[in-house]
Design a binder for this molecule. Sequence first.
Ligand SMILES: [Cu+2]
Length: 495
Amino acid sequence: MMPIVRTLLLSVVVALAPLSLVAIAAAGEAAVLHGDLGPPMGEPIHAQLTSPPNVPPPVHRSYPAKVIVDLEVREVEKEISEGVRYTFWTFGGTVPGSFIRIRQGDTVEFHLKNHPDSKMPHNIDLHGVTGPGGGAASSFTAPGHESQFSFKALNQGVYVYHCATAPVGMHVANGMYGLILVEPPEGLPPVDHEYYVMQGDFYTVGKYREKGTQPFDMQRAIDERPTYVLFNGSEGSLIGDKALKAKVGETVRLYVGNGGPNLVSSFHVIGAIFDKVWFEGGTHFQENVQTTLIPAGGAAIMEFHSVVPGSYVLVDHALFRAFNKGALGILKVDGPENKAIYSGKEVDSVYLGDKAASNQRSVAAAASAAAKGQLTREEQQRAGETLFAGTCSVCHQPNGEGLEGVFPPLAKSDFLMADLKRAITIVLNGLTGPVTVNGKSFNSVMPPMSQLNDDEVANILTYVKNAWGNQDAQVSAAEVAEIRKTTKRPAGAAH
Ligand SMILES: [Cu+2]
């Protein structure tokens, strides 16, 4: 009888948390603080850290332990977008940094190493720490050094950690943030998948998708005008082969943080409704949520179940960030259709644009060939095909035939083929007013495609001028640049 009664009592006590935690703590020896579950027990445990989008397995432990966390800071040059390199400062080699998972009441012995190749000193401020600076003062670490400090995790929840070395904004803008999950003593309910996603804003000297190695731009950061807004530190980190995966009928839990440094995130998954959101990473959840706000330096936990197969698009619903700065990822759900819930066919390109074409590699290949001055017409056509699918095909249609009376054809278009300079001007500046294409008149509006750079316009036009029975020469980025120079750009145009 006794053990059953005790179990019952304990579950009542746990259910009454946090008041009960004080009661438990008060019953312990030296433990008097809220959330202090007593001294660490058992052998010290080495925390298993994971790189995004992976999350370490649940703790499954019934007592507070000493947990050793080893985290190494590395400054690494990586791709931020196709053909664009950036030097990130990282916790563990990735942006965001390694995911840390512990249990409330654990005593964490934190070892922060700074790789000898680093150029900068770094430290760490964990929002899950109770104490001045969240560990920052105790963890200042020069290149080639290691520092150590300990803290007891008094509060459950999911917390951001970040570097707090001056200039703090710059260290964070370079990718120095991650998440630490402090599980409640009883753990979290099991789900089929757990994923780790973190948004951040990035500031480069070059424009969005301008190729080459891009340095950090301090003025843009101060002005809060990011070039990129990204999930997991690069455009495409959650797309194609790297999309998050689930099957129909499974439950998915996302731990979503926002490193900032400047923007707050209006986090949304297109086509899904969150069953539960532990907003601000706290103890209470809201139900049936469409979009949840994640402040800079904050996090949230969200859960939903997948019913209908397809691509679910993770976005910052401040939509220019999603479609023009990179804040876009995919959760790919596989399984049988459920026509009673959703009838539709899946058309990725409606939302994904050029990211729907799994073959972004063609764009990268063209960019690197162009950098070497060896760009062939075939490479341009392949890159142009991908870009056309995401940029022009919504109106001119994938087969280039246009739509009767609304969008003129590009396939065998006499208007297009007659004048290259005019075609370039149309793409750069748009077109309004009456035009006659293959004897048919159109009087509509094409908006300027100002998000495209010179290479992209050249590749698209090379493709268009050699597809669907069209035949013409290559179009070079220099020809596009020439026309861009002579046309008046509105202030603030992307390129
Ligand atoms: Cu740092």
